[in-house]
Design a protein around this ligand. Structure first.
Ligand code: BEZ
Length: 183
């Protein structure tokens, strides 16, 4: 059986796997939040960055990109993602919506609130200050945020949490006060 995989973070703009098809999609009952700590990609153990996870919100939804994986290669893709996202993410089955009249079952990677790297909510300015200064083996935390915001704009998908954080990081960068307020 071919498998649909829903991406809502870096998978939107950088799927580094083979796929048969990709389509813009939405999952209901979840919202995207920069609440997961990253000490292996966009931060380091003594200064973890913030990356996205999905948290339950009955009235919420999250827009992203769904990828159709061939049954023959899906297990290799999941093995690679399980390794790449070993810092707290697990596979969850979701209903993926392409339009109100077209839905499929699929898989999404979610870092649940009880995982060891979960940071949870913080004031917008504090999250922005943290994202501004953090950097890890995969690059700057701020580039991850900016790339995500740009990818969402390409999809014409609005996400107030992401866009407000983006604005806040850019403002702090202009004012040059990020490092101090993150300490
Ligand atoms: C994603 O882009 O959907 C994704 C986010 C975090 C971990 C794995 C995948």
């Amino acid at each position: 059986m071919n498998v649909w995989l829903f991406g809502y973070g870096s998978l939107i703009w950088r799927p580094d796997f083979e796929f048969l098809d990709r389509r813009q999609a939405r999952v209901h009952g979840w919202q995207r939040r920069f609440w997961q700590g990253s000490h292996d990609h966009r931060g380091v153990p003594h200064r973890p960055g913030r990356v996205v996870t999905l948290v339950p919100e009955s009235a919420g939804h999250c827009d992203g990109m769904a990828y159709l994986l061939d049954s023959e290669v899906a297990h290799r893709t999941f093995e690679a993602l399980d390794y790449r996202e070993k810092n707290g993410y697990e596979q969850v089955e979701v209903c993926i919506e392409f339009s109100p009249s077209e839905q499929v079952d699929g898989i999404v990677y979610i870092a649940p609130t009880d995982n060891h790297a979960f940071l949870g909510p913080a004031a917008l300015d504090d999250m922005a200050a943290q994202i501004r200064i953090c950097e890890g083996p995969s690059g700057k935390n701020s580039d991850y945020l900016f790339d995500l915001a740009a990818a969402l704009r390409t999809l014409d998908a609005h996400d107030a949490h992401v866009f407000e954080l983006e604005t806040s990081v850019r403002m702090i960068s202009m004012n040059g006060s990020g490092e101090e307020s993150a300490r």
